[in-house]
Unconditional design. Structure first.
Length: 760
């Protein structure tokens, strides 16, 4: 059998190659111990050369190289030394050429990159943060975003994305809310699956296709106290109900790699959790891909979780659990020791390597490991920039509007744009991004200036204060400028912009410090106990409100802050999240009415951090009122206003009584009662009124985004069957129980019509 024969059966090709490999070559496929950005250097003439470290690591081949194109504080690679898209493609070819021509078996490498909202590289398309993308509730948009990510990855010679993030944002104190698709498993699964499908588009070998790695399997994001890497208190029934469905759906959509979570569950770190990684994922679900560790996650078994006596034991625990490949772990350097002392077997190594090779064959790397550098022109092309703008338009949520928006140009001569997030491109684009060319980013100030100039309106700008700096020194100038304006636009919130002196662990995790004054208060490793607006921002808004002028407040942020007082002081409140490179244009279009806002929240906004958790799909015994505190959130899951008004009516079931193996449908009428054509996101929720295992007070089970013209009506219909009505019982069987179900349809989780379905 010739493993290079593309006409031979896949598994036979894998077996033939595996049988030829030495143990050293096999371990090289599993041990990803070279950071991608260290595989090259620039010569005196600035040309790109493979590094001595690369040649040393590549003697027995390389399984995967990740983050080759990163240039940011996280990698320590400067803007000048980083790779543009064409250089990244040329380097990818040099890497593959060396491996194909100068290693014994010529096995190409997988190249991977972080892509939570675009490829983390120089000159790429930076979409709104994932939490903003999810606020669009637009499946087709997510598919097209995935297509762009896949195209830009493959155009640079990269094959695999370390994304999407399918963790649930159940605690806004957690530092990585921005990377998620919200707090709901159903919505996350629907949108995440579309991103995955878009990345590969049905043909893994295409020059615009990439494979997705699902992060972080599983329970990450729901840790104790909202702390990054903290323990998760979750039983298996809850695991199957809340934390696994979105992964299962994305795997069905074509994801071929899964990244293990840093967390522990029921006392077992995920990186050594055999039940989760092998018994369930591989054996139970039949997952054919491979499991990769998170950065230094295997090492943490020894130096963080303390389940291993040494690195060799940590490596053995990971392999025995089902980890197939490391990500910059030292522990896998000790795999030979673990093998020699019988902690792992050659058969286990073969199984892991088989999974890694399978992906390389599926991607067609043995037929064509190279990329045409001319394809790099597709990166950040006009088509991608236009989609980026549309994504920003659909992701900005109008939380409150007392009639001030859209702005009426006729009565406005001057707008004062105030705040630390009005004109800071890095504060606007979020975490996991590289250095940006300022010409590729439209800040909020720039967007408003362009729109205002077209209407003969003058714009004044003062920063006023910082994100975390408590100094009020700049507020006086902001008040002076605002006092001369007809309307104030206050841009406040948070920032995930990495300062250049950020320190990192060996695994690449940011180390939070309290001694440095800068803007960062969010992003990986930056958990917060208090989620009020930082620094002097609340004082700034309060002083602006005292002027008695109309004020529009824009929240540019990666997590929902506690902004009840800010909302009260504002005539309109928008949440732009981190709106990406085109965010300034999109926001200005919404402010002036060129675009009607249609986004809705995918996380619940709390009134107070002390009330956490506040996610909408709580159990009936939860969310009792605290003394002297409301029991309702400030803004519920699924909330978002429009420039028109909608009226829901006529909810009905096609069959109000069904057997447990039957299905029905629910419909409702939606009327646009305003004067603007607009998109509305219709949501369907279900509540099981009596069940053997306690069920959430309501669960999202369907949604549609529809355009309704002014004065017109549409009827929307949702299927209701086993998938929508069932749950995992105490034996982890997926069942439908007889009884009554409340079926709800409406414009948010707290604004619904309801009817009763009887299941017999």
């Amino acid at each position: 059998m010739n493993y290079r024969d593309p006409h031979s059966p896949l598994e036979e090709r894998i077996g033939a190659l595996l049988s030829m490999m030495t143990i050293e070559e096999k371990l090289a496929q599993m041990n990803q111990n070279l950071a991608g950005w260290k595989c090259y250097v620039r010569g005196k003439d600035r040309c790109i050369q493979l590094s001595d470290e690369f040649f040393s690591k590549a003697q027995n081949g390389i399984g995967t190289l990740s983050a080759v194109q990163r240039a940011d504080p996280w990698s320590g690679v400067s803007r000048d030394d980083g790779l543009g898209p064409r250089e990244a493609a040329e380097l990818a070819n040099a890497i593959q050429r060396h491996l194909v021509e100068h290693t014994r078996l010529g096995i190409p490498a997988l190249l991977a990159a972080n892509c939570p909202h675009g490829v983390a590289g120089l000159g790429t398309t930076v979409f709104p943060a994932a939490i903003g993308l999810s606020s669009s509730w637009n499946r087709d948009l997510m598919y097209r975003v995935g297509r762009v990510i896949g195209t830009e990855l493959r155009s640079e010679g990269t094959h695999m994305s370390y994304s999407p993030v399918l963790d649930l944002a159940t605690d806004p104190r957690w530092s990585r809310v921005e990377e998620t698709l919200g707090e709901d498993a159903y919505l996350t699964g629907e949108l995440g699956a579309q991103i995955v499908s878009g990345m590969h588009s049905g043909d893994y070998t295409a020059d615009s296709a990439a494979m997705a790695t699902l992060k972080h399997f599983a329970t990450f994001g729901s840790s104790e106290g909202g702390q990054h890497n903290g323990p998760v208190h979750c039983g298996r029934q809850e695991l199957h109900e809340r934390f696994l469905p979105q992964f299962k759906k994305a795997i069905a959509a074509g994801a071929m790699s899964v990244m293990a979570s840093y967390t522990e569950m029921d006392g077992i770190p995920i990186h050594r959790n055999r039940y989760l990684l092998t018994d369930l994922l591989k054996a139970g679900w039949g997952f054919p891909g491979f499991v990769v560790s998170d950065g230094c996650g295997i090492d943490q078994l020894f130096n963080y979780h303390f389940t291993a006596q040494d690195m060799a034991e940590a490596a053995a625990q990971a392999v025995n659990a089902g980890i197939d490949q490391s990500l910059r772990d030292d522990a896998f350097n000790f795999l030979p020791d673990a093998l020699d002392c019988g902690q792992i077997t050659v058969d286990q190594i073969d199984k892991a390597v088989r999974r890694i090779l399978r992906i390389k064959f599926l991607l067609g790397l043995f037929e064509n490991p190279y990329v045409d550098p001319e394809k790099s022109a597709r990166v950040h092309c006009l088509e991608h920039r236009e989609l980026n703008l549309q994504a920003a338009r659909e992701g900005i949520v109008l939380l409150k509007n007392d009639g001030i928006l859209p702005l009426k140009a006729g009565g406005i001569r001057k707008i004062a744009v105030i705040g630390p997030n009005a004109h800071n491109l890095y504060n606007q684009i979020g975490d996991y991004v590289c250095y940006q060319d300022a010409s590729n980013v439209v800040t909020i100030l720039q967007g408003i200036q362009t729109a205002a100039a077209a209407r003969g309106i003058f714009v004044d700008y003062v920063r006023g204060c910082g994100i975390t700096d408590c100094s009020e020194e700049g507020i006086a100038a902001a008040i002076e400028a605002a006092s001369q304006a007809d309307v104030i636009v206050a841009c406040v919130g948070g920032s995930s912009a990495r300062p250049f002196d950020t320190q990192y662990t060996d695994g690449g995790q940011a180390i939070a410090v309290d001694t440095r004054i800068d803007d960062i208060d969010c992003g990986e490793g930056i958990d917060r106990g208090n989620i009020d607006l930082g620094g002097a921002q609340a004082t700034l808004v309060e002083r602006l409100r005292a002027l008695g002028k109309p004020i529009v407040t824009v929240l540019v942020q990666g997590r929902p802050h506690t902004v009840e007082e800010i909302a009260r002081q504002s005539d309109a409140l928008l949440c732009a999240w981190y709106p990406g490179q085109e965010g300034g244009t999109a926001l200005a279009e919404i402010l002036f009415g060129e675009v009607c806002p249609s986004a809705k929240t995918t996380v619940t906004f709390p009134r107070l951090a002390e009330e956490l958790p506040v996610y909408y799909n709580h159990k009936p015994s939860a969310r009792k009122k605290y003394h002297q505190s409301p029991s309702t959130p400030l803004y519920p899951f699924g909330h978002g206003l429009s420039y028109t008004t909608f009226e829901y009516s006529g909810i009905k079931l096609s069959r109000p009584r069904i057997a447990i193996n039957e299905a029905t449908s629910v419909s409702a009428c939606l009327r646009n009662t305003g004067f603007v054509d607009a998109l509305e996101i219709i949501q369907m929720y279900i509540r099981d009124r009596v069940s053997r295992v306690t069920r959430p007070s309501k669960e999202l089970k369907g949604f549609q985004k529809v355009l309704v013209k002014a004065g017109e009506s549409v009827t929307v219909t949702f299927d209701v069957g086993k998938t929508e009505l069932g749950y995992h019982n105490e034996d982890l069987e997926f069942i439908v129980e007889p009884g009554e179900f409340e079926v709800m349809v409406g414009g948010s989780s707290m604004n619904v019509l309801s009817t009763i379905l009887e299941v017999q």
